[in-house]
Design a protein around this ligand. Structure first.
Ligand code: SF4
Ligand code: SF4
Ligand code: SF4
Ligand code: F3S
Length: 414
């Protein structure tokens, strides 16, 4: 095993291959607070990529209801229980937090790779292959809340006595993919231009080690071809080679179809050592590294996932800490009373299909003062302008949405 630096863990960790990083990394932010579980994203992916024979059970994008739901069933609970058997009491040292190298502190526990190597388990990572009947539904236990009646883990907001939330899931195009490390055929690769992780269907022989090792269970076996397939990050759109995009990088199908406007996807620039190049006008960099309002899913697994989540406000914090790490409290404090700049950048979600590489905020007048938890918080009608890869304006949207009244002569009289 080589030693690689995982900035989400704030430390070096074991990995099968030495460090090698792409120039840019595919990344996305999902705002859980806004998702309505309409599954439009799920169907956008299904109707584009997985409508063929042998793919019936495949949902490269799915939205599941937490805490009970999961696709495949209980994927995260199962893995957490397995890890807990070998490495109980995993914790973080938040005192060692460092803005650049360890924004969430230092992870004191063991990753999926380290649990395997420290305990002489077979394979590069601890994992399992879900049986067929666990791949049945993209949102099983839909809308099933936690704790009716006496609540041992009360929700955070007084109006919510019970809680559930929707978790949107695609492949994380991890920096240190477990699927890639596990494949004995080296059929899985990470593209140097955008960090997208793909399975070479010519090389794959269906060993399913990728499926076993992926902690997020996003590599899925296809019996009709005896190969494994996964989310391909709609790479023709991201690289601008889809005829629709006119050569300009465009967001993926599941992102651009999102009805709830919860998704923002793009590319961040990466240094040779794997750290992110400082780029405060890139909306992804801004949200994830500067405001730190969006967090990785189960960072303790150690794959350095590249999909980030704004956590749900109403859910018990201990649950969120396990799922998103120790950055949850700060992230929610920033989301609940957003800075002027954050408020503007949040308007970029689903404002355009074009990938926004940079943004600027043009200041507008104050709209009003609001009393929030005993403090005065001001809202401004600022305008955020997003620019595409070539520096051309792609979108312009204001905090206060314009109000249009339909003139009387156009009223629908039917
Ligand atoms: Fe591989 Fe799973 Fe990471 Fe996707 S989420 S890159 S399938 S380890
Ligand atoms: Fe499907 Fe593309 Fe979304 Fe991946 S990025 S889940 S391939 S729509
Ligand atoms: Fe949630 Fe958007 Fe998907 Fe609807 S389309 S389920 S709002 S992520
Ligand atoms: Fe390798 Fe997975 Fe195929 S382990 S051979 S990519 S099924």
């Amino acid at each position: 095993m080589a030693q690689v630096y995982n900035w989400q863990l704030g430390r070096q960790m074991d990995y099968r291959f030495p460090e090698a990083h792409p120039d840019r990394q595919f990344a996305a932010v999902f705002n859980i607070n806004r998702c309505i579980a309409c599954q439009t994203c799920t169907m956008a992916c299904k109707s584009t990529w997985t409508f063929s024979e042998g793919q019936e059970h495949m949902w490269w994008n799915n939205v599941e209801t937490k805490p009970y739901g999961g696709y495949p069933h209980h994927w995260d609970v199962k893995l957490l229980q397995m890890m807990n058997r070998y490495a109980p009491g995993q914790s973080w040292d938040v005192a060692q937090a460092d803005e650049k190298k360890a924004p969430y502190g230092v992870f004191d526990g063991q990753t999926i790779f380290e649990v395997a190597s420290n305990n002489n388990l077979p394979g590069v990572a601890i994992g399992y292959i879900p049986p067929d009947d666990e791949w049945t539904a993209p949102n099983i236990f839909e809308d099933t809340p936690r704790s009716r009646g006496a609540d041992p883990a009360p929700a955070q907001l007084p109006e919510h006595k019970t809680w559930f939330f929707y978790l949107q899931r695609i492949c994380n195009h991890c920096t240190y993919p477990a699927c890639l490390a596990a494949c004995p055929r080296n059929a899985v690769y990470k593209r140097p231009e955008d960090g997208i992780v793909l399975i070479d269907q010519e090389r794959c022989r269906g060993y399913r080690k990728c499926e076993e090792a992926c902690p997020y269970k996003k590599a899925i076996y296809r019996p009709s071809t005896r190969t494994t397939e996964k989310c391909i990050a709609c790479y023709p759109r991201v690289e601008g080679s889809d005829p629709l995009t006119n050569g300009v990088p465009m967001e993926t199908r599941c992102m651009s179809a999102c009805v709830g406007k919860i998704r923002l996807q793009g590319l961040v620039e990466v240094n040779a050592d794997g750290t992110w190049k400082e780029d405060p006008t890139n909306p992804l960099y801004y949200l994830i590294r500067e405001e730190q309002v969006a967090l990785p899913l189960y960072p303790q697994f150690g794959t350095e996932p590249n999909v980030y989540y704004i956590p749900p406000r109403w859910v018990p914090r201990d649950y969120l800490h396990q799922m998103f790490g120790p950055g949850v409290d700060d992230a929610l404090a920033r989301y609940e009373a957003p800075s002027r700049r954050l408020m503007a950048v949040l308007q970029l979600f689903r404002a355009s299909q074009t990938i926004i590489f940079n943004f600027e905020v043009k200041e507008g007048p104050k709209i009003r003062d609001v009393n929030l938890n005993g403090k005065t918080w001001s809202i401004y009608d600022d305008t955020v302008v997003g620019y595409d890869k070539n520096g051309k304006e792609a979108v312009r949207v204001s905090v206060q949405q314009p109000f249009f009244e339909r003139p009387a002569q156009y009223l629908n009289s039917i």
